[in-house]
Design a protein around this ligand. Structure first.
Ligand SMILES: Nc1nc2c(c(=O)[nH]1)N[C@H]1C(S)=C(S)[C@@H](COP(=O)(O)O)O[C@H]1N2
Ligand SMILES: [Mo]
Length: 317
């Protein structure tokens, strides 16, 4: 565990990142020997039938929000993921194959007219899929550009018919320690994220079902993940099984794990450093090059108004 002596941004080993260093360090402090010891189940045992939604891809490109940068090659992106349920390295694609993504049901509950459960394929059929090319900025100071396929989160919100008192949307990832080895450890699983209603109904907030013109790989968070490109990557919760409407701000996985380092808002801001590293620049995944980080990850003209009157909130952690 030599890397604990280094600072986050000095880490040379590609498989040890600030977020996972954080999880690891806390595990060691607590004597959590179980972390990282999970067995990876044999890949072939989980071979599955073809994805029933496959014929809906590729979908038409919506270019309202130009990425302005090159798409990260699929080969690079699909081998460099944060999905801590399956391990603390970036190299979890094989382990994530253990996740069974059909049948898959999403519970929609809380402050809604009528709580319900909806199968992923019924959900996909009830919307119009489109492609959007989004920039993605991880809090660990790397970035990529991905061609996602999906639908605006606001269509799901409309479908859910939230009550007028609902102020937040809470998202939850699957919980299955038999499949996801890290969920056998003591972290506050399942992974939870949240948005305000204003954020969730903003046209940029996107529910992702596919990537690179086909149903997305499990490592990307199949069959349903969130992408809010003006926020740090940890907001973009993967493999969602529950969407709840509430009048209380959800306590997220990262707020519970490290409240001094990771907050609810998590808007990208180069001027506000993470407590352990600078956010001024980012490494462009797959290139070895760095570029300057931009406020709201460059989406400010569309989202800055969401935060008027909230200046006292810790909007950038
Ligand atoms: N359930 C779940 N969702 C998650 C994560 C995770 O560990 N578990 N990691 C987050 C982080 S830190 C990032 S940067 C992105 C990574 O998405 P990618 O693997 O598609 O690049 O997923 C986010 N969503
Ligand atoms: Mo991240």
């Amino acid at each position: 565990m030599h890397y604990f002596r280094r600072k986050g941004w000095e880490i040379a080993e590609r498989h040890v990142t600030p977020e996972s260093v954080f999880l690891n360090r806390r595990a060691l402090l607590a004597g959590g020997a179980a972390l990282g010891a999970g067995a990876i189940l044999p890949h072939a045992a989980f071979a599955q039938a073809a994805d029933p939604s496959a014929s809906l891809y590729p979908a038409k490109l919506n270019d309202t929000y130009p990425a302005g940068r090159d798409v990260t090659p699929e080969k690079i992106n699909a081998q460099y993921n944060n999905f801590y349920e399956f391990g603390l390295s970036k190299n979890i694609a094989k382990a994530a194959e253990a996740l069974k993504v059909r049948p898959w049901t999403i519970k929609v509950d809380g402050m809604v007219e009528k709580p319900r459960e909806i199968g992923i394929d019924d959900l996909i059929k009830s919307v119009t899929l489109e492609e959007r090319i989004y920039r993605h900025r991880c809090v660990e100071a790397w970035s990529m550009v991905a061609p996602w396929t999906g639908f605006p989160l606001k269509s799901l919100v409309e479908m859910a018919k939230p009550l007028s008192g609902a102020k937040f949307v809470r998202f939850e990832t699957f919980m299955d320690p038999k499949v996801a080895p890290e969920q056998r450890g003591f972290w506050p699983w399942p992974y939870v994220e949240g948005l305000t209603m204003a954020e969730a109904t903003h046209d940029l907030a996107f529910m992702v079902t596919g990537a690179y013109g086909k149903p997305m790989a499990k490592s990307f968070g199949a069959p349903l993940r969130l992408h809010t490109p003006w926020k740090y990557g940890f907001k973009h919760i993967k493999s969602i099984v529950r969407v709840s409407f509430t009048d209380k701000r959800p306590e997220t996985f990262w707020e519970q794990s490290g409240p001094r380092e990771y907050g609810f808002w998590a808007n990208v801001n180069p001027a506000v450093p993470h407590p352990r590293w600078s956010q001024a620049t980012e490494e462009i995944l797959g290139t070895g090059e760095r570029q300057k980080t931009v406020l709201f990850n460059g989406y400010g003209e569309w989202v800055a108004d969401l935060y008027k009157g909230l200046e006292k909130e810790p909007l950038y952690m």
